[in-house]
Design a protein around this ligand. Sequence first.
Ligand SMILES: Cc1ncc(COP(=O)(O)O)c(C=O)c1O
Length: 394
Amino acid sequence: MERFRDKLSKVGAGVEPSKTLAVTALAKRLQAEGRDIISLTAGEPDFRTPDVVAAAGIAAIREGATRYTAAAGEPALRETVARVYAERWGVPLAPAQVCVSAGAKPLLYYLIAILADPGDEVLFPVPFWVSYEAMVKMRGAVPVPVGTRREDDLKLSAAGLDAALTPRSKVLLLNNPTNPTGAVYTRDELAAIAEVARARDLVILSDEIYEDLVFNGHRHQSLYNLADWLPERTIVVSGVSKSFAMTGWRLGYAIGDAAVIEALASYQSQALSSPSQISQRAALAGLGDGWGAVAAMREAFERRLNYCLGRMPALGLPYIEPSGAFYIFFDTSPACVKRGWADGQEFCARLLEETGVALIPGDAFGMPGWARLSFAASDEDLARAFDRLEGFLA
Ligand SMILES: Cc1ncc(COP(=O)(O)O)c(C=O)c1O
């Protein structure tokens, strides 16, 4: 095995496993060893896939819908995605503007590959979702993490973006609602960022995977329909993973200009063939009849968020107040300074060791002093975890 290490390419040798998946796996292992672990690390809803969706998946298997499909997905699903988003955004959309894939994640990677040449810069705000930086590196393009400010809730500002641009800047990766902060961009904030993208001829990859999980009266604004010139430079990536509690089905989609979607489908035809036909049939059912379940899960998340927000002040640690997704991102440094701990990694390690509560250290998102708590967990686990956190910090 050791000898094979020399044979790895630069990409193979350099790529690190996803840090969020690593901590989740550690929490699971400790649990298997019999420790009383409360894991608030999840990047996925803790709900079961809605029955109507699961039933369609089972029916697909029984009917023998277990084959390859067209690379960009089955026509019925592409049509449905186009119809759902045309209604949602109030713009015309054709099925040829939709590519379905095995989750949002491969789409983001394929899109980076077909948009950025080696050496091109791909920008994204800090904190960022773990995989952005790795994907850009895997492509041989240059990741450019762009700093954000606390007073902007760690959201990208137009001025911050402008200051980070160079002649090699090609793609902006924007995640809204944001993992790990739960921040949701306002119309005005997006419009200002979009103007910079237009002035400097950037393509925008808008990762809107948490679009249906927005709380307490906030609204998600897509970049796609913000201005009539944005579809010329914006590709939206979303899917059913988070909205429909379908992470394991691996089903996402990209929506954008037909020429980009065609190139994306060709790339996908070589890299993946097609997403699972079973999952496509299940997603089709969800996008038709699953919206009641989506609304019920959103409400449950909102209730949990508000419970957590009620308990955050007692921890005495600064945090970003989330309006979307299912995470709370907080600054561990006051506790680290007081106790002489190095950073969020040590905070999380000690917390797990001493109390059995698992969180994701902020270095996974480019902010080592911070930590991410996921409230995709039962009410009971959240209550017990906050009790333990309070005890830990007392
Ligand atoms: C910001 C963000 N984008 C994309 C994804 C991936 O979604 P999918 O499971 O559909 O590949 C995730 C999952 O954690 C995410 O947090």
